[in-house]
Design a protein around this ligand. Structure first.
Ligand SMILES: O=C(O)CCC(=O)C(=O)O
Ligand SMILES: [Fe+2]
Length: 224
């Protein structure tokens, strides 16, 4: 039998119909899957000590989150996003390397096509209003953003802790809410930069406790 063709979008190998997916040094368990848009929730991508270590290595570098300014391709403070965050360079620490290797294996997408891992912290009241992760083709800044590896084609949100109340990741067009739990990861893909993908999503306000996530955005080509 010929080797299976590589996927044209990041996605796990559903053909195995497996409950557990081999990520090299770790196996993750599938908890929920939606076919359209392609979306899946996995358990155990990170261990509890790994979640804690990632939080502690990000904490000293947190700054108020910016969002991509689509008009210019730069970044700006955005009232819709009351979190603070930081980016790790790709492969910056041993733990980041391990995590990136797991993601590449799980989603069958080249490690080089991933942006650096972003860690986000939401204090009580913090939220990220619904948005799309792809770059809007109608915005003039998009051409500059896409020079670094093309469009974003998929997102992996990794939950690093469990807020006591609130902080779900919501998909308004799907009527879906995913409650954060440390070590779990939510994947979704968008084959085109269009609302028809129904990938509108946001981080609902945290009512009690705090929320920590790490986000990996995947590009069409090598991210430089
Ligand atoms: O906080 C969340 O659950 C959503 C985060 C998000 O949308 C992102 O990082 O792009
Ligand atoms: Fe997002």
């Amino acid at each position: 039998m010929p080797a299976p063709a590589p996927p044209t979008l990041p996605q796990p190998d559903w053909n195995t119909a497996a409950r557990c997916f081999d990520c090299g040094d770790r196996s993750v368990e599938l908890l929920l899957r939606l076919q359209q848009p392609p979306l899946a929730l996995f358990d155990g991508l990170l261990s509890a000590p790994e979640c804690a270590a990632l939080i502690e290595s990000a904490r000293p570098r947190l700054a108020r989150s910016l969002t991509v300014q689509t008009r210019s391709g730069g970044s700006e403070i955005n009232p819709d996003r009351t979190s603070s965050g930081m980016f790790f360079g790709r492969g910056e620490t041993e733990l980041v390397q391990r995590l990136e290797a797991r993601i590449a294996r799980l989603l069958r997408w080249p490690l080089q096509n991933g942006e650096g891992l972003q860690v986000l912290h939401y204090p009580p009241g913090g939220e990220y209003k619904p948005h799309y992760d792809y770059f809007d083709p109608a915005e003039p800044g998009t051409a500059a953003l896409m020079r670094r590896g093309g469009q974003r084609v998929a997102t992996l949100i990794i939950y690093l802790n469990q807020p006591q109340r609130g902080g779900a990741t919501t998909f308004p067009d799907l009527g879906l809410e995913v409650l954060p739990r440390g070590g779990q990861a939510l994947f979704f893909a968008y084959e085109r930069a269009h609302p028809g993908t129904r990938t509108l999503h946001g981080g609902a306000p945290v009512w009690e406790g705090e929320k920590w996530i790490a986000t990996k955005w995947l590009r069409e080509r090598e991210f430089v």
